[in-house]
Ligand binder design. Structure first.
Ligand SMILES: *Cc1c(COP(=O)(O)O)cnc(C)c1O
Length: 409
């Protein structure tokens, strides 16, 4: 069966099985009759021993954290509790707490950027909130009002705004997380939860120059499957990806190209969405990304890249230096990649995600053969480079765009 047909039948089956009414457990998780998340209830306890941000140079991703963090507790009896911004520091949980055993955990990743006026901006935080709620639904953690969490995140970033680096290409990584916290070994819907947000200054992804990555496409390792959790940013999706990465590294590859099914459909690359650029004819390129079929994480960067490419195709906002482009969200398998490479029609492959924006690929190892992918002198293909320049200009506020919002707005 073709993948689309298979997924469609799977989806219909799930729909047919869904109960007509929402259960009491779901009502609680959706906040019916419980206190909503309310930024107006925020209490602030300033860190009595604040540190100065370290020099930006030498920052290693995810190792340095700012002075404050946000926490908001939830329980199934009363709903969302009082949001608190306090000193960054460890939690204390009973060893039986469900997070340590069954991984009810989800996370988000976005960044705060310093614009040319010295003001701090976020990039499409509403999209992260939307996705966080989708992830919460999948792992039976509570939903919340995304606008309220954005207000709290803006307040937190504002308090630690001296941690948003001024150096070009640096930013402050924001990590919202939601975990189940009831102390029980029982496997059941979450009755207690903790939402928290921490901040980490990060350096430019390409600090030591652009390094295109080589991918291993090993059909024996699978990241996500129909009916699974691949479309949600659950903590439990990421631990199992480490071993395949170690295996790929042993063969000389930096990342995994995740395949699915007997026909080796392409899904994602590492923890990024996947873009493939192919020559359609002498005038036109086709840019393909796999569709959001339940196995693919709906990246904010993916959506932004698609938006920019579609605005280019329609002539509404042409991207510098690019020819005519046809944008396709469709399934693509390794046979099509191998064919395109043989006919010299494989123009570019790149990943997309918040950390790097785009990450160019120069090689795919597949069934013992290496498929070479051209990268320009800059290390990027033309499409990846043009999209990177445009998105960076928007994110750092060098170009006004509704996607970029000031934390004081
Ligand atoms: C986070 C993530 C992405 C990228 O999402 P962005 O919102 O663009 O950062 C892509 N794939 C996976 C599996 C991810 O976890």
């Amino acid at each position: 069966m073709r993948l689309t047909a298979y997924l469609l039948s799977n989806f219909k089956q799930v729909k047919r099985m869904a109960p007509a009414n929402v259960s009491d457990v779901e009502k609680k998780l959706h906040g019916v009759g419980l206190a909503p998340l309310d930024a107006g209830k925020l209490v602030i306890e300033k860190n009595p021993n604040p540190r100065s941000p370290p020099p930006a140079k030498g920052l290693v991703f995810g190792k340095t954290f700012s002075n404050h963090m946000l926490t908001v507790p939830w329980n199934a009896q009363t709903g969302w509790g009082q949001p608190k911004i306090g000193a960054y520091g460890p939690f204390s949980f009973d060893p039986s707490t469900v997070i340590f055993h069954y991984a009810p955990s989800l996370f988000e990743g976005l960044k705060a950027y310093r614009d040319p006026q010295g003001e701090v901006r976020l990039f499409r935080p509403d999209k992260n909130m939307e996705r966080m709620n989708t992830s919460a639904d999948r792992i039976a953690l509570p939903r919340f009002d995304g606008d309220e969490l954005v207000k709290l995140i803006k307040k937190l970033v504002d308090m630690d705004k001296d941690w948003v680096p001024f150096e070009a290409g640096y930013s402050l990584y924001i990590r919202p997380t939601l975990i189940g916290t009831q102390p029980t070994l029982g496997v059941s819907a979450n009755e207690e939860a903790l939402l928290f947000v921490i901040l980490s200054p990060v350096g430019p992804y390409y600090s030591s120059g652009v390094k295109p990555v080589a991918l291993e496409a090993n059909p024996a390792r699978v990241r996500a499957w129909p009916g699974g959790t691949g479309a949600s940013k659950l903590g439990a999706n990421y631990g199992p990806g480490i071993l395949p990465q170690i295996e790929a590294a042993k063969q000389g590859f930096q990342q995994n190209l995740w395949l699915f099914g007997d026909e080796h459909w392409l899904t994602e690359v590492g923890t990024m969405n996947l873009f493939i650029v192919m020559k359609k004819n002498d005038q036109t390129l086709e840019v393909v990304t796999p569709p959001l079929d339940g196995m693919i994480l709906a990246g904010v960067t993916r959506d932004s890249v698609l938006g920019l490419l579609r605005a280019h195709s329609s002539g509404e906002a042409p991207l510098a230096g690019l020819p005519k482009i046809e944008v396709s969200e469709r399934n693509i398998n390794m046979k099509e990649i191998v064919d395109a490479a043989e006919k010299c029609n494989l123009v570019e492959v790149f990943g997309s995600g918040t950390a790097a924006v785009v990450s160019p690929v120069n090689k795919i190892g597949y069934l013992g053969e290496d498929i070479s992918i051209p990268v320009g002198d800059s290390g990027f293909g033309a499409v990846a480079e043009s999209v990177l320049n445009k998105l960076s200009a928007i994110q750092w506020g060098k170009e006004e765009h509704p996607w970029s919002v000031r934390i004081t707005e």
